[in-house]
Design a protein around this ligand. Structure first.
Ligand SMILES: [Ca+2]
Ligand SMILES: [Ca+2]
Length: 492
């Protein structure tokens, strides 16, 4: 009897060791400040992104995907924890998730796969820069790449006013070669990870590209794709802000990103648009290199590729540049899933949230679902783009400011109770605010039901782009300075 059980144990061990670990791999591709100017999303009719377009054809493209916060740290913190900004109180560029009591011990998306025995490797910007430090890093990914050098021209290229201009606010032809750009090197590290990934275990490899985040620098060849003559500019309605509540201004009150008036005065609007387009194409080529390495590895058939951007960017629409708004330019992002059991060539118009990535990857890889996550798996839509979806996409910028985006409508409610409503089918540019029209009262009430029930104050230590509102006095405070409500939106 004893002999028999020893034999059984021996055969069990032999059998177990001969079964390959067939769990699905994940290639996780992030883009920084990439709006919907992607060929397959149609945000700019001339943008050239052949590699992302090809990836989208291999899988499912969400055409109505939105970030949870229009700013790096809160957006990425939300995606990586699976929790809404309004549930954690993380709204600013600081603090990071490990400095916040509620999320200090929270198991993140990458940590889930590292703990499950995956080979995990990251390059570039996945977490907000500097928000995941030292000892905390090892629990997230097995391998961290060294930050890629970010060369800068000796003098700023773009002509902008003021000696105190933010050093990131620059764009133009620089450097000479792709090989000296951060994104080329981020791709190189990701390719190396794909090539080195041990075959006996699944991998989770992340590449976080930096472009088209400012500074929008790219070598000349990428600008040559967009000759200045004939380059189309984004549509701008000169009186677009006249029907906005004043509180809309406060969400992007004082920022380094120039206003459209400044760009026009300095003749920098066209150069910025051109540099943003060139930067997108450079980044797209790096996505192509990484996906090609996956194909060459022979492991693509068992790998889920997910590509996303942390939020969008205005390039003159609503008379501003940058992020920090609750309109399509800030909230709408590319979101693509491709791989086994994902239907190819699909466009899904259902609202999707970056928050959905975490539960979707758990389901696709056969990991246990997490009841604490606030997103919803997109697997039904990955099988059939027309599958019904109950939930809208919700974006939050600081406490009390939320937008609800369905297939047909956008509703915005600011902390002081003021509102906007847009008919997305008739007015995708969101030019005509319908919120004051009594005809839409029932529509607004129906959308308002989705406003987050938990709406936390900013966590202690919150800073950079923090807006608070004091309902008893009606005071709005931007970065600790009381806003003069009679003042115009500050320049630049
Ligand atoms: Ca960003
Ligand atoms: Ca308007």
């Amino acid at each position: 009897m004893k002999f028999l059980s020893c034999t059984l144990l021996f055969f069990f061990i032999l059998h177990a060791s001969s079964i390959a670990d067939t769990r699905k791999n994940i290639l996780f591709i992030a883009i920084d400040d990439q709006n919907d100017w992607i060929g397959c999303l149609g945000g700019h009719p001339q943008v050239k992104t052949p590699n992302i377009d090809a990836l989208a054809k291999r899988g499912t493209l969400f055409t109505n995907a939105h970030c949870q916060a229009p700013l790096c740290n809160p957006s990425r913190s939300s995606l990586l924890t699976g929790l809404r900004p309004s549930s954690t109180g993380i709204y600013g560029l600081a603090p990071g998730i490990r400095e916040v009591v509620q999320t200090k011990q929270h198991i993140t998306l990458p940590q889930t796969f590292t703990s499950a025995g995956y080979f995990t490797s990251t390059s570039g910007k996945i977490y907000h820069d500097g928000s995941m430090r030292g000892g905390d890093q090892k629990a997230e990914f097995n391998e961290w790449s060294k930050p890629s050098p970010m060369p800068k021209p000796k003098q700023p290229i773009a002509k902008l006013p003021g000696p105190d201009r933010h050093p990131a606010m620059d764009w133009g032809v620089f450097p000479d070669k792709d090989e000296t750009t951060p994104d080329w090197n981020i791709a190189k590290t990701a390719i190396s990870a794909i090539e080195r990934a041990p075959v006996e275990k699944p991998f989770f490899i992340a590449a976080g590209f930096r472009l088209p985040h400012v500074p929008c620098f790219a070598p000349q060849a990428w600008f040559d794709l967009y000759p200045d003559a004939g380059m189309l500019m984004p549509p701008v309605k000169e009186d677009d802000r006249d029907d906005l509540p004043k509180f809309a201004d406060f969400l992007h009150w004082k920022l380094p990103e120039p206003r459209l008036s400044t760009l026009r005065a300095m003749n920098e609007w066209r150069p910025l648009v051109r540099a943003y387009l060139a930067s997108i194409s450079l980044m797209d080529a790096q996505v192509g290199r990484v996906v090609a390495a996956l194909d060459q590895s022979g492991r693509a058939g068992n790998t889920i590729v997910v590509l996303w951007s942390d939020h969008g960017w205005h390039l003159g629409e609503k008379l501003i540049t940058g992020k920090n708004t609750l309109w399509n330019e800030s909230t709408r992002v590319p979101l693509v899933f491709a791989g086994p059991e994902i239907k190819a060539g699909q466009l899904c118009n259902r609202p999707a949230e970056l928050l959905d990535i975490f539960p979707t990857l758990l389901e696709l890889t056969g990991m246990p679902a997490r009841p604490d996550l606030e997103g919803h798996s997109l697997v039904p839509q990955l099988k059939d783009a027309k599958a019904a979806r109950e939930w809208p996409a919700i974006t939050t910028h600081n406490q009390g400011n939320h937008t609800i985006r369905t297939e047909d409508w956008r509703y915005i409610r600011y902390a002081d109770g003021s509102e906007e409503l847009y008919d997305e089918k008739a007015d995708f540019n969101e030019w005509t605010n319908l919120a004051k029209d009594p005809k839409f009262a029932a529509r607004k009430a129906e959308l308002a039901k989705w406003l987050p029930k938990v709406d936390k104050a900013p966590v202690p230590g919150s800073k950079s782009r923090i807006l608070t509102y004091e309902p008893t006095t009606g005071e709005a405070i931007w970065e600790e300075v009381k806003i003069d409500k009679t003042a115009k939106l500050p320049e630049p």
